[in-house]
Design a protein around this ligand. Structure first.
Ligand SMILES: NC(=O)c1ccc[n+]([C@@H]2O[C@H](COP(=O)([O-])OP(=O)(O)OC[C@H]3O[C@@H](n4cnc5c(N)ncnc54)[C@H](OP(=O)(O)O)[C@@H]3O)[C@@H](O)[C@H]2O)c1
Length: 234
């Protein structure tokens, strides 16, 4: 399997790359980022499976970037403005980065996916509280002034899932909705109402789902813990 990781220089992506390089079901990883993605220090010869691709424009890919994405079997999309960085970026820009870049990615990868015998699998990483309608807005978003941000992420989820549904089987899309992702290298945070998941567990769950197929189109934090723990035990 040729796997694309969008946002390959990020926190989750680093663990996806670490585990993905050891996964025999994954033959190559295209690390797509706005800057170079280094191979993990401990990767050894498996680092040859990783190709770092720097993308200048996530709304319109250059021919050279498209060439690298040609024939990808799956993608895990991690690019978004995270809540911590919201105040530093105009909301219009946040919409572009967190929603529109993902839509451009799924469309482009679909155009470049020529394998008629199997669908393209695309995972959009969202968050636990992202509601898909105003009626679903949880009080936690209201309390933190994050209603518009939550709805934006929910809108991205809806568009990604609709793309898969309308593709007549050519694309399978899925959305994952983790809570707080913990790592020994980061201080553990507590936000009332938000569940936790360990970084290796979520990475294992995401890799399991792109390689073995989606259990369902929307995976909750609890689903990801269950799938990831089982994959790590295996
Ligand atoms: N971390 C958590 O606890 C958590 C919890 C729930 C959901 N999530 C979701 O999971 C996903 C990944 O989270 P993460 O913690 O791994 O995020 P992260 O460390 O901030 O990584 C985000 C990635 O997106 C890239 N990116 C950001 N702005 C960009 C832009 N304008 N153009 C191109 N690339 C851009 C970053 O590039 P640079 O490295 O160059 O900045 C990085 O590669 C996000 O959708 C996040 O909302 C995370």
């Amino acid at each position: 399997m040729k796997l694309v990781i969008g946002g390959s220089t990020g926190f989750v992506a680093a663990e996806l790359i670490r585990q993905g390089l050891k996964n025999p079901a994954i033959s190559s990883i295209v690390a797509l980022g706005r800057r170079e993605t280094p191979a993990p220090l401990e990767a050894g010869p498996a680092a040859a499976k990783l190709k770092s691709i720097v993308c200048e424009d996530f709304e319109s890919y250059s021919d050279s970037v498209k060439k690298e994405l040609e024939g990808a079997d799956a993608a895990i999309w991690t690019i978004a403005v995270t809540p911590m960085k919201l105040s530093t970026i105009p909301f219009e820009e946040t919409c572009k980065i967190s929603r529109d870049y993902a839509i451009t990615a799924i469309k482009t990868l679909d155009e470049l996916h020529h394998q008629k015998d199997r669908p393209l699998r695309f995972i959009y990483m969202s968050g636990h509280f992202a509601p898909r309608s105003v009626a679903e807005v949880p009080k936690e978003l209201q309390n933190h002034g994050l209603i518009n941000y939550g709805l934006l992420r929910g809108e991205a989820e809806t568009q990604i899932l609709a793309y898969g549904e309308q593709s007549k089987g050519a694309v399978q899309s899925a959305v994952v909705k983790p809570g707080l992702i913990d790592s020994p290298e980061r201080e553990t945070r507590e936000i009332p109402g938000l569940p936790h998941i360990d970084l290796p567990v979520i990475a294992a769950a995401l890799l399991d789902q792109v390689t073995n197929g989606f259990e369902k189109d929307t995976l909750s934090n609890a689903d990801l813990v269950r799938i990831g723990q089982k994959a790590l035990e295996g």
